[in-house]
Design a binder for this molecule. Structure first.
Ligand code: 4AD
Ligand code: MG
Length: 456
């Protein structure tokens, strides 16, 4: 029987303890919320972007990580001490706490200003290495930890974060189960050519090139699954599309064939682009992205078989022979025929990984596809129907000279209830580079790992 005392006790409970809520400094108002405080006095804290002094009035632009706000200092109103703090030596990136009245102003960045009534220096910065002038890319990359604070980098990484959230939302809403696949592995996922290896208690371990083989095994458990994590490739290429550590999302669907796989890709990419356009319009403006072409992105996308692609390239004077993989220049030519991404399907077996299903209509080829982004951004997706025939898969593993023993668990998937299944991998950095219109994948990840860069 419920005790009357206990229910009245519950009612008497104080409100949730603010210490246990995620609110590190509830006393500081976030700049993004200033609109709600028009006419009131608030205290904000952040980093100084610029200070301009015009006689007895000064302007500090403050960045608090949620936005920028212009703070207006009037000498007479503020008093000498605070005026001195704000206009004396206040180097860029110093940390300050500013109290003032919120005044809405459409001309101000973020639509609001602070009329300062108090100012406190929390930490005076040393001279900031990144100045508002042209710096070389290596210098900026050496200072990546500081470069992150600049407006273009903030905008790019914000779009990345939105796209990554959209990835999860898309699959969650469609009933996919997220499967986390290992990063340290004993088997080669894609190809032997680009492996990072490390000693694992006397054994050799590889950093995962893909989560695919593992995520496939979760299909009989959950039917529709995806993994999403960092993947590693010892790419010795210094191009604007290659990282040695990049993030890839890899869905896998039981009873889906290659055709359905391509349809899922179209729906998925359309969704990602829409989400970025819808929720990152400010960031895309900062990045000066012309969004008119992105706004047209909606499936179905143009499709072309590999064989048709080769014929087209040959008709353009390219001497590509059937059987050769498409290079970056070929991809750009093929993708530039449309403002939408282009799907190229059924490549020759030799050009692709061992796990792809042989095409019953043309056994020289496999049931696979790449998705090429428009505007020269290259391959953003690689996917295929998987070889579900045990004998054929074993033959392919042998042909590729891969160590058969370590794939016994992968082969088990064909031994215990084999099934048609397909999936793909989408590279986050290449996709975000395309959406933001930035030329190089290195700016699309907080700390890029490149052939010549491991620091910071
Ligand atoms: O075409 P890939 O190699 O496919 C796979 O790894 C499959 N296992 C995926 C699957 O079917 N589950 O790589 C997929 C995508 C590429 O299309 C590209 O977007 C990205 O991953 N990618 C890279 N991104 C940045 N730097 C690199 N070095 C990349 N290599 C691949
Ligand atoms: Mg590929």
């Amino acid at each position: 029987m419920p005790q009357p005392e206990s229910s009245s006790q519950e009612q008497a409970q104080p409100e949730a303890d603010p210490q246990t809520q995620f609110q590190p400094r509830p006393t500081y108002t976030e700049v993004q919320d200033l609109h709600a405080h028009a006419g009131n006095e608030v205290t904000v804290a952040g980093w100084v972007e610029t200070v301009r002094i015009h006689g007895k009035v000064a302007f500090i632009v403050l960045r608090d990580g949620t936005g920028l706000v212009q703070c207006v200092l009037v000498r007479k109103a503020l008093g000498d001490e605070d005026w001195e703090t704000g206009t004396g030596e206040l180097p860029q990136e110093s940390t300050v706490e500013i109290t003032g009245e919120v005044k809405l102003d459409d001309r101000a960045p973020g639509g609001a200003e602070l009329v300062v009534s108090g100012l406190r220096l929390l930490s005076k910065a040393e001279e900031f290495p990144i100045q508002p002038k042209e710096h070389g890319i290596e210098f900026l990359m050496d200072n990546r930890h500081l470069w992150l604070r600049s407006s273009m980098q903030r905008a790019g990484l914000k779009v990345r974060a939105e796209v990554m959230q959209a990835v999860h939302d898309f699959f969650y809403d469609r009933g996919f189960t997220r499967i986390d696949t290992p990063i340290l592995t004993g088997s080669i996922g894609e190809s032997a050519g680009t492996l990072f290896s490390t000693d694992y208690f006397g054994e050799k371990a590889y950093l995962a090139q893909t989560g695919q083989l593992y995520v496939e095994t979760a299909c009989p458990a959950f039917r529709k699954v995806y993994c999403f994590g960092p993947t590693f490739r010892a790419e010795k290429s210094k191009t604007r599309r290659h990282l040695t550590e990049f993030w890839m999302v890899e869905p896998e669907v039981a009873f889906a064939d290659s055709d359905e796989n391509m349809r899922l890709q179209e729906t998925f990419v359309t969704y990602l682009v829409e989400r970025a356009l819808e929720r990152c319009s400010e960031e895309l403006k900062v990045l000066e992205r012309d969004t008119s072409k992105l706004e047209q992105v909606r499936g179905p996308f143009p499709r072309m078989s590999y064989t048709e692609a080769v014929e087209y390239l040959q008709s353009q004077g390219n001497d590509i022979a059937w059987g050769r993989d498409l290079g970056a220049a070929d991809e750009t030519i093929l993708a530039s025929r449309s403002d939408l991404p282009t799907l190229i399907y059924n490549y020759p077996k030799e050009a692709k990984a061992f796990y792809m299903k042989e095409n019953p209509d043309d056994p020289r080829t496999v049931l696979c596809n790449d998705m090429l982004a428009p505007e020269g951004y290259g391959e953003i997706i690689g996917g295929s129907q998987r070889e579900d025939d045990l004998d054929r898969l074993v033959t392919r593993i042998r042909e590729e000279g891969l160590p058969e023993e370590v794939y016994s668990w992968y082969l088990d998937l064909r031994r215990y209830g084999s099934f048609v299944h397909s999936g793909f991998g989408l590279g986050i950095e290449r996709t975000v580079a395309w959406i933001t219109g930035r030329p190089h994948v290195r700016e699309m990840i907080p700390y890029p790992r490149l052939m010549n860069r491991l620091n910071p």
